[in-house]
Design a protein around this ligand. Structure first.
Ligand code: CP
Length: 314
């Protein structure tokens, strides 16, 4: 079944299985060396209002590899510090000629007001508060697909700081749609009804033994508020982390994922980050290719890349 190329990519909520598989195939072609031709010069700007290493750098790299011109943006040196709204910032860069804005922002669904205006500039969400992280989710799907060749009945456990995690939200939605079986683990207070409809809350010991994919989440200390006063890293690691002992109980062909940055020694034993089962750095590598695929599809929607240039990708 075909899908409609989207002018903006802000969530995975309406993304079909066909579209996900298309993006994985396209990202794999880029990984194999595929090149693409732009019909005209394209200008991209990455507006990060929250810190980032992976997402920012890999969008930047993906844009350059696709032949775009990347304009620098530093929120602290911009007129945002004088009270300029996000809407005015985006309208300003559109007026100057920017085609595509990749935005990370602390406000959930910051993109709704922008989309309502049907702007010419495309919006690609690089993470909104505890809302969605579509590019991370798609690179995670690519990594799982490369490992297992299917999503059907693959058991994925999402462990840790669920409540603050945009990765958990995007991934539980997409994994369920693709036919994987989701379960959760971690502190009870970070699991609620939002998650219950996607999977049960089990112990970390149970999911470590039973999962094909053990997906750990970073404890987001910057979002814990008063909870941080009682947070003990060592106790957390023993109760909810992937310890060496739990690693030893994992299934033979199972893998470890983590969106990173990693709190080494908290959600995962530091030595396990580079263990045989870990795909954490592969996720980062795949992320750059997946972001090339995401940007390409947006440019197809804008008429900057011909759909026929994607030959070999449904
Ligand atoms: N996984 C992720 O979003 O990492 P960054 O915050 O470094 O972009």
């Amino acid at each position: 079944m075909a899908f409609k190329y989207q002018h903006d990519l802000v969530t995975v909520t309406d993304m079909s299985e066909t579209e996900v598989l298309h993006k994985i195939k396209l990202a794999q072609l880029f990984k194999a060396g595929k090149r693409i031709t732009l019909n005209r010069p394209v200008y991209a700007m990455n507006l990060f209002f929250e810190n980032s290493t992976r997402t920012h750098t890999s969008f930047d790299m993906a844009e350059r590899r696709l032949g775009m011109q990347v304009l620098q943006f530093d929120a602290n040196a911009s007129s945002v510090t004088k009270g300029e709204t996000l809407e005015d910032t985006v309208k300003t860069i559109q007026a100057i000629g920017v085609d595509l804005a990749v935005i990370r922002h602390s406000e959930n669904e910051y993109y709704n007001d922008l989309l309502k205006q049907n702007l010419d500039i495309s919006i690609v969400n690089a993470g909104d508060g505890s809302g969605q992280h579509p590019s991370q989710s798609l690179l995670d799907m690519m990594t799982i697909y490369e490992e297992f060749g299917t999503f059907k009945d693959i058991k994925v456990s999402i462990i840790g700081d669920l409540n603050h995690s945009r990765v958990a939200r995007s991934n539980m939605e997409l994994l369920t749609r693709l036919g994987a079986k989701v379960a959760f683990a971690g502190p009870n207070q970070w699991y609620d009804d939002k998650f219950a409809k996607y999977g049960a809350h089990l112990t970390v010991d149970e999911v470590a033994q039973d999962s094909d994919v053990v997906m750990l989440l970073r404890v987001q200390k910057e979002r814990l508020g008063d909870e941080l006063n009682d947070f003990d890293e060592g106790k957390y690691h023993q109760k909810y982390g992937l310890t060496k002992e739990r690693y030893a109980t994992m299934k033979e062909n199972s893998i470890i994922m983590h969106p990173a940055p990693v709190n080494r020694g908290v959600e995962i034993d530091s030595n396990l980050v580079e263990s045989d089962k870990s795909r954490i750095f592969k996720q980062m590598e795949n992320g750059m290719y997946m972001r090339m695929a995401i940007l390409t599809d947006v440019m197809v929607a804008k008429g900057i890349i011909n759909k026929t240039d994607l030959l070999g990708v449904d």
